[in-house]
Ligand binder design. Structure first.
Ligand SMILES: C[S@@+](CC[C@H](N)C(=O)[O-])C[C@H]1O[C@@H](n2cnc3c(N)ncnc32)[C@H](O)[C@@H]1O
Length: 255
């Protein structure tokens, strides 16, 4: 956990609040949020939302515009997120999704994007977050996917066969390097990438390298395994969002 916290701390220290998050503007992400929960803005007024593993806090803060009462939970220091946030409906709490500091059934909505697979125990993180959802509430999370048995000619076969295992092997080395060495390495990668494409700003690219290569925990999950998580808790997957299908699934459960 210490290692993961340290690498994400560095990632969000580098991040500029004028940058896009994951190539998306705040408006793009708010639009996606409504689709992910299958709700209209008027259905959100006065409801409570937990953004579990809220990262830089830009989306967390923006979701307060829907009239939601929002809590952003993060393991890293939240000084910058608090400075950025001007929305009175939004507050940030430092803590872990593995041991969240909230009572059971505290929230109408729980959103957790790209977080669970970065914990030491993803299934426990899922179970802990599910407990916090009120009856009738919804829980959406996005998680890295694992492909089982890649067939020849299958969509993205090359990526699954070569690219991801290679990146995974590299991360097993990079995540153990001292942060100063990692910083130098990612700065060099960024300098090279920036020569060929200016699609991202320098800091957007650095954040991307930190996010991909630095965290110790980066688990991948099959849909079969995730279905068992749901079944064990007495639920089934209501909606599977495969828009980012190369990398992961967005899963929705209604309590
Ligand atoms: C890839 S970022 C995603 C951030 C944000 N959800 C977003 O979509 O922009 C993953 C985030 O999960 C946080 N995280 C990882 N493990 C955590 C834990 N056990 N408790 C709380 N947050 C955690 C990291 O600090 C990091 O900010």
């Amino acid at each position: 956990m210490k290692n993961t916290r340290r690498s994400f701390q560095k990632e969000w220290d580098i991040f500029k609040y004028s940058d896009k998050s994951w190539g998306l503007t705040l408006d793009d992400r708010k639009h996606d949020f409504l689709k992910q929960f299958d709700v209209k803005p008027e259905e959100l007024k006065g409801k409570t939302l937990l953004d579990a593993g809220c990262g830089n806090g830009i989306l967390t803060s923006g979701l307060g515009d829907f009239g939601l009462k929002v809590v952003g939970l993060e393991q890293v220091d939240l000084t910058r997120a608090n400075e950025y946030n001007k929305n009175k409906n939004v507050k940030f709490v430092q803590g872990s999704v593995l041991n969240p500091p909230f009572k059971a059934e505290s929230f109408d909505f729980i959103f957790s994007s790209g977080v669970i697979h970065h914990t030491s125990d993803p299934k426990k993180a899922f179970e802990e977050l599910l407990k916090l959802v009120k009856k009738g509430g919804k829980f959406y999370f996005w998680i890295y996917r694992r492909k089982k048995g890649v067939k020849k000619g299958q969509k993205y076969a090359m990526i699954w066969r070569i690219k991801y295992p290679l990146i995974y092997a590299i991360t097993r080395i990079t995540c153990r390097l001292p942060m100063s060495v990692q910083h130098l390495l990612y700065s060099m990668f960024t300098a090279i990438f920036q020569v060929f494409s200016k699609k991202r700003t320098w800091t957007e690219r650095m954040v991307w390298f930190y996010d991909s290569l630095s965290p110790r925990y980066q688990s991948m999950h099959t849909l079969e395994e995730l279905s068992y998580w749901f079944i064990e808790q007495g639920y089934y997957i209501k909606f599977i969002d495969e828009r980012y299908s190369k990398h992961g699934y967005g899963l929705l459960v209604k309590k």
